[in-house]
Design a protein around this ligand. Sequence first.
Ligand SMILES: [Zn+2]
Length: 229
Amino acid sequence: MALKRIMNRFLRLLYPPRCVICHGLLPTDAEADGLCDCCAGHLPSVAPGKYRVLDETVSLCFSPFYYQDDMKQSIRRYKFCGRAHYHRIYGILLRAYLRDLDLAPPDAVTWAPLSKKRLRRRGYDQARLLAEEAASLYRLTAVPMLRKVRNTRPQSSLSAKARQKNAEGVYAPAVGSDITGKRVLLVDDIITTGSTLDACAQVLLHAGASEVVCLTLARSRLEQRGRDR
Ligand SMILES: [Zn+2]
């Protein structure tokens, strides 16, 4: 035990706990990465009751935060720089948001999956970790309902039109998944044009889901008439 304590102290010296949002150092008594007081009070929150409507499936997409500034950098570290453990802090924020939103509890929670190749390279599926955090609020376990059947170029490198084309025919129902009649909460990390979530929602609805509601940690500030409510 003493050895473990010494190791922990050593690790804290080497990697002092930081705020997951602004990446600033936390007070010396902090045990792990978390939220600094400043960020906790100034997150780029989306106004309550605001949501996006997906073009094709007209599914609703709820997101607690805007994808901008420190929040954007934080999510980029989460996705691309190995900060998988950020999901714990994001999970606390997501559950608080869902509680306020007061959605009807879903029958199942799933996520927009990475391709096998990207999952191997990254070592974790960032959307899956968020789905598990959200599912815990409803005492559910996130279940895989989708699989990526075609590799795509990263959506972030493409225009809106190209993203839609890029997302077509990419997803299929996961083998053996039970989707029929389910009200599904579909989770992803961010929504920009909505093409990925729309493609996933279409597959779920075709496979018999009764309703698909989407949740992302953050959304772009793409304010377009007919899409923003
Ligand atoms: Zn901070």
